[in-house]
Design a protein around this ligand. Structure first.
Ligand code: C2O
Length: 594
């Protein structure tokens, strides 16, 4: 075993970091970088020599059967406990919001305040045309002209009109920056950091898209998606940046990150000095997306986030989903680099950038693809998720109450996504990433460092923390892995200020005893948080801690560590002040055995 491990530690891959925060420039990956996308085969095509991860072997849910699966999902109702889903806010009690970071006392209440005007949401008639969302970087001239016209008209409306761009943007602030308290609780409404994130944003976009369509009299109007999961889409789409007179333009963006700067899924403020070539970055992103799906397909809480029920705040030991954490990178990448990080870099202002809605169109698409890969099985069979509800002002100038359960099927909301290649779904991505450049020789000596357990006390993450973490079980069999996902927990993440925070997580196999080589190992994911006003007092800082959960079953195979009793987990700080309470690994039953 040690021979294969030492081989691993010598691979000169740009994806193996060393101790320094920004690893030295590694051997260019271009020597082992293969073309990512070829031809125009359907993304959902599992044929040919391109093996896809879009297949859950065990239950025979094949991506090739995805076409007709809508409606196959049935909602179980076995939860008999008293439900306490998050309730819609009382719109008559909106108050000042807070963003921290020099943006205190934000006024973002809506113009409507009469709760008696609310009606329950009804699906659009099935005869409505299906809106097809397309990649923003491939938009044709006609679609672009409509898109610009729609935003021009939205921006020209009186700012007190609920359809106006101003009011549309404020919706995000209302639900994210404490403009409402949860009914009956002294706890703010918050739609990030939990299982609420994806469904809430799906509805937000749905109504936004329909209003834009109404404004140009086009029932087929669809929000283009920023296709950042494809190498060609990994820069800010030019339609948002090239023309300063366009309604899609926003001047509050980071000038350093305009095209051709390539997005980094682990981007956090000030990560200039990125050592990767563009091609390496793109490959790194694809690998990250590959892992995000692979590790969380059997366990939706890893993808969507932890439960938050009525009266709870998502920061109390909760984990945001892995997709949400990645999506924060795009926010930071686009937003201005200094406090208050307008517009995209801060929740209260993010909705003021038209790129926000296109970004979220792709976030939503990722969820849509995730659901398809799981055969459209209900992600989280919990009434407190399915019945969580919110309010939106719709395209009929009506305030409607929506439920998470009604968000699950885009087709019923009458929109879909154009089928485009999913380069990250290639099963061989990992091999491409770790394949040593030709001619690489194993290093003759490796400097080993001793690693100890994390210990009982919280530790500030001001320099890289490396800790030895016991696994519940080593050498797990295929069927054990099918039944339980191995999950790495970073516990008690304490964020004393309200600013942005980012750190990365790496996993490596130790050498024999408690030693590890200089490489941090393989990236297991990262924690990225935008500025967010959740700490209001010093007691708050003690109680409101986040956690992070990352599936590592596949990763351990990738780094040949399945046989190790312990693994070395490295936490690398990137932005902000943060302390860590602990690290542990647990096995969690998949939802796939029903
Ligand atoms: Cu509500 Cu991308 O955030």
């Amino acid at each position: 075993m040690s021979s294969s491990l030492s081989f691993l530690a010598t691979i000169a891959s740009p994806f193996h970091h060393d101790h320094s925060r920004y690893p030295r420039k590694a051997t260019p990956a271009s020597t082992h970088f293969s073309p990512l996308a070829s031809g125009n085969a359907s993304a959902y095509d599992n044929g040919g020599d391109k093996e896809s991860i879009l297949r859950l072997d065990r239950r025979n849910v094949l991506i090739s059967t995805l076409g007709g699966l809508y409606g196959a999902a049935t909602l179980g109702h076995e939860n008999t406990a008293v439900a306490s889903p998050v309730q819609p806010p009382d719109i008559s009690k909106c108050h000042t919001a807070h963003a921290g970071q020099g943006a205190e006392n934000v006024q973002c209440c809506p113009p409507y305040t009469d709760p008696s005007k609310i009606v329950d949401f009804k699906f659009p008639p099935p005869s409505m045309p299906l809106r097809t969302r397309k990649p923003a970087h491939l938009l044709d001239a006609d679609d672009l002209a409509k898109y610009k016209e729609a935003y021009s008209r939205m921006k020209a409306l009186d700012p007190s009109d609920p359809w106006s761009f101003e009011q549309q943007a404020k919706v995000h602030c209302q639900y994210c920056n404490g403009a409402y308290d949860q009914v009956g609780f002294n706890v703010p409404v918050q739609v990030h950091f939990s299982w609420i994130f994806l469904p809430w944003h799906r509805f937000y976009l749905h109504f936004h898209e329909r209003i834009l369509g109404k404004l140009i009299g086009d029932e087929t109007f669809a929000l283009p998606f920023w296709n950042w999961d494809s190498p060609d889409g990994m820069t800010m789409p030019s339609i948002f940046v090239n023309d300063k007179t366009s309604s899609l333009y926003n001047k509050r963006r980071d000038p350093d990150n305009l095209p051709p700067t390539v997005l980094d899924y682990q981007y956090s403020l000030k990560s200039s000095g990125n050592p990767y070539t563009d091609e390496e970055l793109k490959m790194k992103n694809l690998y990250e997306m590959n892992k995000t799906f692979k590790e969380s397909l059997p366990l939706p809480e890893l993808f969507l986030g932890d439960p938050v029920k009525a009266g709870e705040e998502p920061s109390a030991g909760k984990t945001m989903g892995r997709l949400e954490s990645i999506h924060n990178a795009m926010h930071q990448f686009v937003g201005t680099p200094e406090a208050p990080f307008r517009d995209m870099g801060n929740f209260y202002s993010a909705g003021y950038d038209p790129l926000f809605y296109s970004h979220h169109s792709n976030v939503d698409r990722m969820w849509h693809i995730y659901r398809q890969m799981r055969g459209n099985k209900v992600d989280l069979n919990d009434k407190d998720w399915l019945n969580a509800s919110f309010l939106f002002y719709d395209d009929n100038r009506q305030l409607v109450r929506v439920k998470v359960e009604d968000s699950l099927n885009p087709q019923k909301l009458r929109y879909t996504y154009e089928d485009v290649e999913l380069p990250w779904a290639d099963r061989n991505i990992k091999k491409k990433v770790v394949k040593p450049p030709s001619g690489a020789k194993p290093r003759s000596r490796i400097a080993l460092v001793q690693v100890s357990e994390f210990g009982p006390d919280p530790r500030p993450l001001d320099s890289t923390i490396r800790a030895l973490v016991q696994r519940p079980k080593k050498s797990r069999t295929k069927s054990e892995k099918d039944d339980e996902v191995e999950v790495l927990f970073i516990d008690g993440i304490e964020i004393p200020h309200n600013g942005p925070v980012a750190f990365e997580v790496y996993v490596a196999a130790p050498y024999g005893g408690d030693f590890v080589g200089p490489d941090l190992g393989e990236s297991a994911g990262s924690f990225l948080k935008l500025p967010h006003f959740h700490i209001r007092s010093s007691e708050d800082a003690q109680t409101k801690k986040f956690s992070l959960k990352l599936g590592i079953s596949n990763l351990l195979e990738d780094i040949d560590a399945e046989g190790s009793e312990k693994v070395v987990v490295s936490l690398v700080p990137k932005v902000g002040e943060v302390a860590i309470g602990g690290i542990h690994i647990d096995l969690i039953k998949t939802d796939w055995t029903a």
